[in-house]
Write a protein that binds this ligand. Structure first.
Ligand code: CNA
Length: 438
């Protein structure tokens, strides 16, 4: 993984930085704090709305689910402060009436914009919530989230498991979790394919994901359209000197309860998943070009608790519509009134995305794309110009597996790789042998 090394002051503008480390806003606690939605990079650029059709569409904005939350017709009760928090991810139950959507909700408004051809540079910001439908628990959903099930790792606070200093002292808690998280036994779901369809239609500027499960690649979203902001299991390196280490060997060691050791400095090797306190991959900095260019931002399945990623959503132009698809209001969507052009559709993400696809008349194409892709052994990584009617069917050459002869002290023979997944699907990611124990 490329890492830039120059120093970084967290208070400085993101545009001027070359090194950014991952941090959690809810440090050492499960409590979810509202993210900083103060002036952003572009916060002061209040541009006049010049496109009257767009303005008209935006004026029809409403927030699905909020009708049920706030009793006044379109009015929101004022709290003592100037903002009223919408239900947060640690509060409302999934069965809350807020999950009901209206046919004229934010989803319909945004679908109308897309159909009108007004959204040609869509940026998607995604989190663990897009993969729960694939059977991978997220972090913070009460009860099912990984943070609610960490007792067995014997760590002082949930985030410790992704803390690089903690790892340096004791890698075992992370390695135990990694055994459950290693990609291999999960398949992309409808939500992933919806994002791929955005690409297929030529509308996806970039997908910024916090996920480390590799399902975006597996569903065929091409590398150049994807920023895995928190890294992935596809590569591994020394956590101290960053010397690369064969990902397959690292996986073998971890799956066999051994510790992969750097051949250069003898420190512990870990998959290139970005920990709190570690630099984000260089590719993350594409955001400085992408977000100003975006004409629609879709935020899906994230609590927006991890910085600097969470603040990205504040860096689109102030006139750009932002659509939150999540079970709960998060980030800037926790405050009312919402920013003009902000929409949210609360509820089960897969259901919401299916409805969105139906509004766009994409459902059949997505289903077909899923069928085709899931029957292919090697999904295509397609970057060809999109077509309105034809699902992408290109095939990709399998890349050679990353086999090395280097042995890891104490490592036993790997468990059988066994899965249908191939390296070309996942950028040399390890083969399928893991199971998700949670
Ligand atoms: P998070 O903090 O757990 O938030 C997930 C959000 O998605 C929450 O707001 C949930 O309410 C929402 N959500 C979950 N399931 C659904 C659903 N079915 N329908 C609607 N909404 C849903 O996770 P974030 O992604 O915000 O946090 C970033 C962390 C999580 C990243 O650093 C990842 O590495 C890490 N993570 C990734 C994975 C993965 O790769 N699949 C799994 C678990 C954690």
């Amino acid at each position: 993984m490329n890492r830039s090394r120059s120093s970084w002051d967290k208070k400085t503008s993101q545009a001027s930085v070359t090194r950014i480390t991952r941090s959690s806003q809810a440090r050492h606690t499960n409590h979810i704090e509202p993210p900083d939605s103060g002036p952003s990079l572009y916060g002061k650029q209040r541009r006049k709305q010049t496109d009257s059709a767009l303005a008209q569409n935006l004026s029809q904005m409403s927030v699905s689910g909020q009708d049920a939350l706030f009793t006044g017709k379109g009015k929101v009760p004022k709290a003592s402060s100037d903002s009223v928090p919408a239900p947060r991810s640690d509060q409302a139950a999934p069965s809350s009436p807020a999950v009901k959507s209206s046919s004229r909700g934010g989803l319909a408004s945004v679908a109308r914009l897309v159909k009108l051809g007004r959204c040609k540079n869509v940026v998607v910001v995604a989190g663990a919530g897009i993969s729960t439908a694939s059977g991978i628990p997220d972090f913070r959903t009460p009860g099912t989230g990984l943070y609610a099930n960490l007792e067995k790792y014997n760590i002082p606070y949930p985030e410790a498991i992704f803390n690089i200093d903690y790892f340096s002292n004791d890698p075992q808690p992370f390695f135990s979790l990694a055994k459950a998280l290693y990609p291999g036994s999960h398949r992309p779901n409808y939500i992933h394919y919806f994002i791929r369809m955005l690409h297929h239609k030529g509308l996806l500027l970039r997908l910024y994901t916090q996920n480390i499960d590799g399902l975006e690649k597996l569903c065929g979203i091409p590398d150049e359209k994807l920023v895995e902001a928190h890294g992935s299991f596809a590569t591994a390196s020394c956590h101290l000197c960053y010397t690369p280490y064969p990902a397959e060997e690292a996986k073998r060691a971890i799956m066999n309860d051994n510790v992969p050791i750097c051949t250069f400095c003898a420190a512990t090797v870990k998959p290139d998943v970005v920990f709190f306190g570690e630099d984000l991959p260089q590719k993350y900095f594409l955001h400085t070009k992408d977000f100003p260019k975006a004409d629609l931002l879709i935020i899906m399945g994230t609590s927006l608790q991890i910085e600097p990623f969470a603040s990205l959503v504040n860096t689109v132009r102030s006139t750009v519509p932002r659509l939150l698809l999540n079970r709960h209001a998060v980030g800037p969507f926790e405050k009312v009134p919402l920013r003009r052009g902000d929409h949210m559709e609360l509820g089960n993400l897969e259901d919401t995305v299916r409805r969105f696809a139906e509004m766009l008349c994409w459902n059949n194409e997505i289903e077909e794309l899923m069928r085709n892709q899931e029957t292919l052994t090697i999904p295509p990584l397609v970057s060809s110009p999109p077509s309105q009617t034809c699902p992408i069917r290109a095939t990709a050459e399998p890349q050679g597996r990353t086999e090395t002869s280097r042995s890891i002290p104490g490592a036993q023979r790997a468990a059988g790789s066994g899965g249908e997944e191939t390296d070309s699907e996942t950028d040399s990611k390890s083969s399928a042998s893991s199971t998700l124990s949670n």
